[in-house]
Design a protein around this ligand. Structure first.
Ligand code: ADP
Length: 451
């Protein structure tokens, strides 16, 4: 690119120089034609002569280069200076050549010399003459050639220097990139804690390195979560499996009665149910993480959904002597995926039932917010949740009281699934709790325009 810019600028400079020199030549031609007009005369024999002192002009070098040819009206040559010898200057005259001013044009002599020639009609002693005067353009071309040679040399030097400087500069500028690439090559899933080098400068490369580093940090977090999830899931799966195995082994070792076998099978099935629930939850979570869950939104009554969810625990509530109330305005409708929103509410009511003591009360209230959103509150009379756990209870496999929750049959996945289900609908879940006096879960869903 630099070479083409230089060649272009050389071309422009040369053309400018050429036209400048040629217009200078044109001015000389005009001046000289006027001079020649004053120095022409016929001698005694009627021959046309040009006075000698003409050649003693101070710019003699140029004068020697001058070419003069004078023709009569019929086109015959009346005078030719020495430099021309017997060569014709400008070929046969055209009828209007030199009429009413100067005709200036470029011509070539028989020996190939390029000439800038001017012509003018002149009348001397009643004879009409055509004065033709020219200068060789060779000096101009010679100047241009010199310029071309000098420019070519300069071009080569500039290109070599620019190439070298560009190479060094690019190498220096790209060195941090090379270093980043080398470091990035070494980062594998086991070495996600490593980071790319961030230079001092606050430039694009620094920005790139910081962006990559934050990407690595996110990947590291995701990998860590995935690893934890896998190990937690395996751990959770092992517990009911171990229980089934030990119950089975014990039953096999003794000669049990029909009744005892029934009990054994019953408790094994209980564990299988727990296992099935856990596997279902894991499946929901992994599908949610993969983004492969398709929502099927419909509009439905919030109260009907709340009653349906509460109704699932009728037997359990009765067993524990608890009370559940569902209150709210009948006309409130929700638009969303009924299956997943129901799942969220069921998980929260299930916790309320699990953690409320025998004889406790659970209240489900459905409100319509002033902004058009919907709030479903589930309050219980359980032990409540300490402030320090309030964020973490939504994490996967997190249980406040490990043994008590496990006993109650929870794997710590219910709230995380509920939160996912509400969040995909653009809502959120808040937990309000006063330790020792139960807690309230609020499911907030934004307003959804029908259709
Ligand atoms: P789990 O299936 O074990 O109940 P969740 O994700 O639903 O898991 O809940 C996480 C933890 O939060 C529970 O183990 C429990 O310790 C605590 N928790 C949830 N709801 C309540 C509640 N209503 N009262 C007291 N603790 C609760």
């Amino acid at each position: 690119m630099l070479a083409s810019v230089l060649v272009l600028s050389w071309g422009l400079t040369s053309s400018f120089l050429f036209f400048q020199l040629r217009s200078q030549l044109d001015r000389y031609v005009v001046q000289d034609v006027e001079t020649v007009e004053g120095l022409l005369s016929y001698d005694a024999s009627g021959r046309l002569t040009l006075r000698e002192d003409y050649h003693n002009h101070p710019e003699s070098k140029q004068r020697l280069e001058r070419l003069v040819e004078i023709r009569s009206a019929d086109g015959s040559v009346q005078y030719r200076n020495e430099r021309l010898r017997d060569q014709m200057l400008g070929g046969n005259p055209t009828p209007d050549e030199g009429e009413g001013g100067y005709s200036i044009r470029s011509v070539r002599l028989a020996d190939g010399t390029p000439v800038r020639m001017g012509s003018r009609r002149h009348t001397l002693d009643g004879h009409s003459l055509l004065i033709r005067l020219g200068y060789s353009e060779e000096p101009i071309w010679a100047r241009l050639e010199e310029l071309a040679a000098a420019s070519l040399l300069a071009l080569l030097i500039v290109l070599v220097l620019a190439g070298f400087a560009g190479y060094m500069l690019a190498r220096r500028a790209l060195a941090p990139l090379e270093e980043m690439a080398c470091r990035a090559e070494q980062i594998t899933s086991e070495r996600l804690h490593e980071r790319l080098p961030v230079g001092e400068a606050d430039d694009e490369l620094g920005h790139l390195a910081r962006v990559f580093n934050s990407l690595l940090a996110r990947l590291e977090r995701s990998f860590e979560q995935l690893r934890r999830f896998t190990s937690d899931a395996s751990h959770e799966l092992r517990t009911p499996l171990t229980s089934i195995r030990s119950v089975g082994e014990v039953a096999l070792q003794k000669n049990a009665s029909r009744e005892e076998y029934r009990d054994t099978i019953g408790s094994m099935l209980e564990e299988v149910n727990r296992l099935t629930e856990l596997v279902d939850s894991l499946l929901t979570i992994s599908r949610a993480d993969a983004g492969s869950i398709q929502l099927h939104p419909t509009a439905f009554s919030a109260m009907v959904l709340a009653r349906e969810a509460a109704g699932l625990f009728e037997v359990l509530i009765e067993e524990k002597g608890q009370q559940i109330t569902v209150a709210g305005h009948e006309g409130i409708t929700v638009t969303g995926d009924r299956v997943f929103l129901r799942q969220a509410l069921v998980n929260i009511i299930h916790n309320a039932v699990k953690f409320s003591p025998a004889g406790g009360a659970i209240a489900v209230r459905v409100h319509e917010e002033s902004a058009g959103g919907i709030r479903v509150e589930v309050s219980d009379s359980g032990p409540g949740i300490g402030r320090e756990h309030s964020e973490k209870i939504f994490d996967r496999f997190y249980r406040v009281d490990e043994s008590r929750s496990r006993e109650a049959g929870g794997a710590g996945l219910g709230l995380s699934i509920a939160l996912w289900a509400v969040r995909v609908h653009g809502g959120d879940i808040h937990m309000l709790s006063t330790q020792g006096r139960g807690c309230t879960f609020q499911i907030c869903l934004p307003r959804t325009d029908p259709g």
